[in-house]
Each structure stands twice: as C-alpha cells, then as structure tokens.
Design a protein around this ligand. Structure first.
Ligand SMILES: Cc1cc2nc3c(=O)[nH]c(=O)nc-3n(C[C@H](O)[C@H](O)[C@H](O)COP(=O)(O)OP(=O)(O)OC[C@H]3O[C@@H](n4cnc5c(N)ncnc54)[C@H](O)[C@@H]3O)c2cc1C
Length: 465
C-alpha cells in the first residue's frame, strides 16, 4: 500500500478487537481517528472464542450485544477438573453466561461500527517507528508519516509501539505446545464447558453453537515447537486421556500449536502514547480472558482520550487509565495463571486435593460469587469507580441503553433537570428509591450520594457548569 502523510487526532496501531472498539468509541465521540493495520485483509483466525458478561455489557452500552448474541452459543457454567463447577447463571447482569463466538465475529461487529462512525481504517500499514515530542506523536508507515496528538499501541503481543517506547515486557512462558482445533463431535458434551487435567495432559471443549467445537489440548509428554504440525489423532488421544472420551471427534476445520506467555508492561502510558490489549498484557488462554481484557482496556481509554482531545477533561483524567487498568491486567495474569497451575498439578494426591478443596470451596456462596465475578469481569470494580449495574428507567429503557449516547448519565428524578450540564444525560429511574448516581461513559460509577453532593461530583468529572 502506498500511503500519503496523514494528520489525525488519534492514531491507533492495530485493528484487532482492542483497536477496533477504541476506534469506534473515538469516532462516535466526534474525534478524528486513524487505525493503522499491517494486515491487508480481515482476520478469519478464531483465536479467542469466549465473550464474558462484562464485555457483553460494554457491547450493550454500544448497541452491539444483541447482534452478537445471535451469532453464538450461551454457556451457563464452567466445569473444572471433574468436581469444580463455576455457575455463571446467577450473576447480577443481563448476560448471566459466557457467549461462545469466534473472535472474527466480534471484530466484524466492531469494525462495522467504527467505519460507520467515521474511523479511517488503513490496511497494509505497517508501523515501524514511533517518536513523540511535547506537541504530538509521529508514526512511520513505509515512506509516509502519520502525525497525531495521541497514539495507542493496540498492536498485539509483539507490539512495535511498546518496543519503540523502550518499555520491557517482563514475564515468562507458562505453557508450550498447546494444541488448538475447531472440530466436529459426534457426541458433544452437555451445555457446560468441560475442562479436565490428569497430570500429564489436559483438555478443554467448548461449543460454538453452530455444530463446531473448540478443543484445547496439552500433553506434557510431547512438547513440540509451535511449527510442528498437529494431527487429529494427537488431539483425540489427549482429549480421551483428560476427559475420558474424544466425544466422537470427526473432522477439524483448523488446527494449530502455540505457546503461551504471562507478561505485562510496567506502564500503559508514556507521554502521549498508550498501550492497550495484548500489547500491554498477555497470559494463558485459561479462563478466556485475553480479548475481553483488551476490549475493557479500550472501553476505559476511549472516553478519556475523547474528552482530552476535545479539551473537556479534568486534569489527570488520562493518568487514571493506567491507574485503573494496570491492576486489572495484573489480576487477570494471576487468575488465569492459577487455573493453569491447577491444571498442571502432576501427582495423584495433589489432583485429589485440588478437586476436593476446589469443589467444596465453590459450594460456598461467597467463593462461588467471587470466582464467577472475576472470570466474567462482573466483579471487577475500580477503587474509586465500581461497575454500574443496569437500572430500569422510568421511560421503559435501561441505563445501558442510555449509555449508548457516550455521555455521563445522571440517575435521578426528573426534578434534577435544573442541575444538568453539557455532556450529561438525565435518566429518571423506575424505582424512586434509587440513590442519585453519576455514571461515567464506560459504565462505572463516578459518584453516588445525597443530592447536595452532586455539584461537586460534576465539577470533579470536568462537566462544565
Ligand atoms: C492461537 C491463539 C489462541 C488464543 N485463544 C484465546 C482464547 O481462547 N481466549 C481469549 O480470550 N484469548 C485468546 N487468545 C488471545 C486473543 O486472541 C487476544 O487476547 C486478542 O486478540 C487481543 O486483541 P488485541 O486487539 O489486543 O491484539 P491482536 O488481536 O493481536 O491485534 C493486533 C493487531 O495489530 C496488528 N499489528 C501488529 N503489529 C503492527 C504494526 N507494527 N503495524 C500495524 N499493525 C500491526 C496485527 O496485524 C493485529 O491485527 C488467543 C491468541 C492466540 C494467538
């Protein structure tokens, strides 16, 4: 691709799920945004396949969740190591399940929205250099230069942006030679995701809902390089050893072997450049957190960048991106790492202890709630901004429908109208006992309290009088 020099407000490197959600949010807010993507074509690689409840809530707040729900299967629970069951069906959300749908479906929905909102998506644009000064960022793409006020590296695990910033990516490899396959099964497992590990092997099966299933299989006895071909027999063997059956595995449309690292950049921001998604953190696929965490990074960053570019952000707002998202990345590394380490317990006694302790613990309601909350993202609050639950409104709509405007929302009676300011939408609740609540554009609570505290909360949010 031959590209001319470009001037834009925000340049995003990478049109994966993270970059596409961010581009859509910025464009929708009226920000001039350019996405630079190395690939010439859209990806048809499945990679991630689970969309968790908190991500679905974020998609709902953009009017995209219902479209995606039509494309996948809903799974109400996760069955770990024979005796441990994580029940997602009781979570306090409109989406008490894990949606199984291929990553490319999520990307398509996000790309359609970003393009419709006016984001410029340039394919065949390989970013090779990033320089910044006090006024802006300059990215090198072939012989052309893209000049932006801000840039975001959403360019995946081998991020060129992260390298150009000189940021390390400390961590380690946790699993090598993981086999992935999308297969047809003659006798598929029941509705839950099935995972088991028997010392030398573990396997995991999840339904896409269209007759295809995703299998993960790992065999400690046969570590091979990522480039070694995968055979159906190898997958059958590991699945049988782990789960007691190969579910009548018939054919595969795609098979791959990869390794998995646990790494996190120490900072998500250097000056005018940010990192999000896999560029900022990677971990094992256990728990299906990768794409979800990236999408949630983007949901946190988009409205903050838009407010800054448009000159309406309170001072320090952009710093809260790293402050809020870095600890979440750390938590996700810890929780997905814990599942992997549990799966890799080798001795029989260790496995019995894991199954017994895990099984009993998850029958305790607080432990079960915490496990489902962490896995689904529903339980992830920021220290000064807990997740906003959906609320039924007086006019028959829900809070998450009003959030589609991309503005702050004030949940308060109609009489609060006199206190409205620019960038704030009033949403009277169906239940008059609902406390006054100021909800950020990313569906986190900025403030909740007595009406007398509202003006100060609006000032803190940078909402002009
Ligand atoms: C084999 C495999 C299996 C996986 N399975 C799961 C799973 O089961 N569950 C799960 O949650 N996650 C899984 N993941 C992880 C998940 O796919 C990622 O977390 C997710 O794709 C991250 O999205 P992203 O947008 O941050 O980065 P990516 O999806 O990696 O997108 C980055 C984009 O940046 C582009 N790019 C890179 N460098 C440049 C450059 N210099 N210039 C321009 N463009 C550039 C790339 O072409 C790419 O399109 C898997 C990953 C792999 C590799």
């Amino acid at each position: 691709m031959i590209m001319n020099d470009v001037q834009t407000s925000v340049a995003i490197v990478g049109a994966g799920p993270t970059g596409l959600l961010l581009a859509g949010d910025l464009a929708q807010a009226g920000v001039d945004v350019t996405v630079l993507e190395r690939r010439d074509t859209e990806s048809n690689l499945t990679r991630a396949f689970g969309v968790h409840a908190r991500t679905l809530e974020h998609l709902d707040a953009r009017g995209l969740a219902d479209e995606l729900l039509g494309e996948g299967a809903q799974v109400a629970g996760l069955s770990l190591f024979d005796h441990i069951r994580i029940d997602l069906s009781r979570m306090p959300t409109r989406f008490p399940f894990l949606l199984i749908t291929p990553q490319y479906n999520v990307e398509q929905v996000l790309e359609k929205r970003a393009s419709a909102a006016g984001a410029r998506i340039v394919r065949g644009a390989d970013v090779t250099g990033v320089r910044q000064d006090a006024d802006g960022v300059e990215l090198t793409v072939g012989g052309a230069t893209v000049r932006a006020a801000y840039a975001v590296g959403a360019d995946g695990v081998h991020s060129a942006v992260r390298s150009a910033l000189g940021l390390p990516f400390p961590g380690k490899s946790v699993l090598t030679s993981i086999m992935l396959a999308d297969v047809r099964l003659a006798q598929p497992p029941p509705d839950v995701l099935a995972v088991n590990a028997v010392g030398d092997a573990f396997a995991f099966v999840a339904p896409f809902g269209d007759g295809w299933h995703r299998i993960f299989a790992w065999d400690r006895r046969h570590p091979l390089p990522d480039t070694a071909p995968v055979t159906l027999d190898e997958i059958r063997d590991v699945t049988r050893r782990s789960l007691g059956t190969d579910f009548g595995l018939q054919e595969a449309r795609w098979m791959s072997r990869f390794h998995s690292d646990e790494r996190q950049a120490p900072h998500y921001r250097v000056g005018r450049v940010f990192l999000a998604g896999d560029a900022a953190h990677v971990h094992s696929p256990a728990g299906g957190q990768g794409m979800n965490t990236g999408l949630q990074d983007a949901a946190n960053l988009g409205w903050k960048l838009a407010a800054t570019v448009q000159g309406r952000a309170p001072s320090g707002l952009l710093d809260t991106y790293e402050g809020e998202r870095h600890p979440v990345g750390k938590l996700v590394l810890r929780s997905s790492g814990m599942i992997i380490r549990m799966a890799m317990v080798r001795s029989r006694v260790g496995r019995l202890a894991r199954n017994a302790v895990g099984g009993v613990a998850l029958r305790l309601p607080p432990v079960a709630r915490k496990a489902a909350g962490t896995l689904s993202g529903i339980g992830i609050d920021y220290p000064h901004a807990p997740r906003a639950a959906d609320v039924a409104l007086l006019d028959g709509r829900r809070l998450y429908e009003v959030l589609r405007d991309g503005e702050y929302v004030l949940i308060a009676p109609a009489a609060a109208e006199s206190q409205l300011r620019g960038g704030l939408v009033l949403a009277p609740p169906a239940d008059p006992a609902t406390p006054w609540t100021l909800v950020r554009p990313d569906a986190h609570v900025a403030w909740r309290g007595a009406p007398a505290g509202l003006a100060a909360a609006l000032d803190r949010a940078g909402l002009a009088g």
